[in-house]
Design a protein around this ligand. Sequence first.
Ligand code: BES
Ligand code: ZN
Length: 619
Amino acid sequence: MKLFLYFSILLGLFACQELSKPKQKMITEKDIHSFANPEKTLMNHLNLDLKVDFEKKILSGKATIHFEQHQNANELVLDTDKLVIKQIWLDGNEETTFKLEKPVAHLGQSLHIKIKPTTKTVVIEYETSPDSPALQWLDPEQTAGKKYPFLFSQSQCILARSWIPCQDSPGIRFSYNARIQVPNDSLMALMSAKNPTKFSSNNTYEFEMKQKIPAYLVALAVGNVEFSEIDARTGIYAEPSMLEKSKKEFEELGKMVDIAEKIYGKYEWERYDLLVLPPSFPFGGMENPRLTFATPTIIAGDKSLTSLVAHELAHSWSGNLVTNATWNDFWLNEGFTVYFERRIMEELYGRDYAEMLALLGYQDLLADVEEIGANSKDTKLHLDLRQRNPDEGVTEIAYEKGYFFLRRIEEVIGREAFDKFVKNYFSTFSFQSMDTDNFVKYLEKEVIKGNENIAKQIRMQDWIFGVGIPDNCPKVRSVLFEKVDSAIVDWKKNKKADSLETKSWSSHEWLHFLRHLPKEMTIEDMKILDKAFGFTESGNSELQAAWYVNCIHKRYTPAYKALEDFLMSVGRRKFLTPLYTAMSKYPDMKKMAIETYNKAKKGYHSLAVMKTNEILGLK
Ligand code: BES
Ligand code: ZN
């Protein structure tokens, strides 16, 4: 017993020391989604030299992996997926042997490379497969300019391994250099690194990312894009025909970075630029360091969807500086980011505006909890993704339950104390990874400090390790949405669209309106609303998606053509999922869904294809 106590104290001391020594590596949970063995060999730098072949749809060339050996190892184990490995050398000159194991469900193939105790680098000659899940190769017709092909990568969660042999775990960080050769001088290559602003005369681009980042943040795009500056540290890359529009929409980019810095400390990545991709990009945005990748569907013409940019920018702290150690800890990335995103929006447009976003988020959370099941373990913040694709953890739980948990802490301890805590969290653990257990320890040490009253009010265990939404979830009240609610009541009473007070509504109020249309709406009602407000032809993707879901349930045929066009041109999974899900509920609509999907699929990214196949019950 005594001995046990002694060990516990030692352990406790060790844990405290761990937390107070900022730059020391923490002991975190093992990443079940990587074959890498970082206790033995730890990758710390990558050098890429790749040629882009649009005809064969492959990248080919060499990856040099620099690593440290912690225990004398005789092999380096890397993650790969569908890569063709041609030859491998030790320290640049000595050929070595390797073994590519059989594919394992969700994880790809482990690559075992024979090394010596003195080996510091391996050079791998390889090429990607045309169906590399990370890479999307677009034909010219799928771009805005219709003249040049386009390529982009999407590495989160574990797709980096399908274009780079590497230790593909969010808990492992490395710096990188790259040389990318493109086929002609109208194509520019861009990465999550120091980027060019002009076309290169020799079709070759060089990149450097000095800071250490996890593999899922390595990114590449190649296309006919141009650059336009917003201010000294921000700017936009887009196809020429999209550049002016994009710049207008995101002209507050510089201001957003300033605001973010004021709230949670220095921006550590020097530049912050935005790349506007073609519409098949499967996400709203992806926080690739220094260069956020974004869907063009957020260009609404009125800056109404720019909270997405605030979100990706916020990841420059939560996610990119302090990174979830494993995909089970995904909420640490997204929950903090949604919280920070809303703080940026509050600073930019005021509390009432930010509260609309929070309430829409709460609606999303309720809908997801209902779909997942309030007792499902997948509604816990800390996930268990063993034997599963980490993509299954991408739900509103991480985003919105994560957000409301942090907001609850803010409510309990006050904003000033909360901000101090978050700022310290980012600076203490910058360029490190964080798992849920260590976060719990940190929260106990910095916020709860043994105070039972605070502990009881927060109920950390219920939020993190419990299912469903705890009943101390903060209540959001939006004055602006209350006005929308009364407009809906008016509409129910007299069905007169023109008499509704909608002049001052932003797209958020409209979204709330479309999500709360009365169940008993008739086709005639739909017609009246569409005529008055032009939903079917709306240029706002959020409103289109919400309206089309209503149209599907009500069989409002005048919108079918627009719905089909939308599904044919937009590849953003957030919109495809609810639309295909609604269509799959009705036999007649399901037929239309499958027909449209078969035509549209070619333009979707593998991640969107995977999800849609599941919804439509196709393999
Ligand atoms: N990092 C995510 C996108 C992601 C998550 C890609 C998991 C692959 C796996 C990005 O920051 C994100 O959350 N995007 C959201 C935007 C948002 C405002 C919630 C999106 O794309 O809709
Ligand atoms: Zn995010």
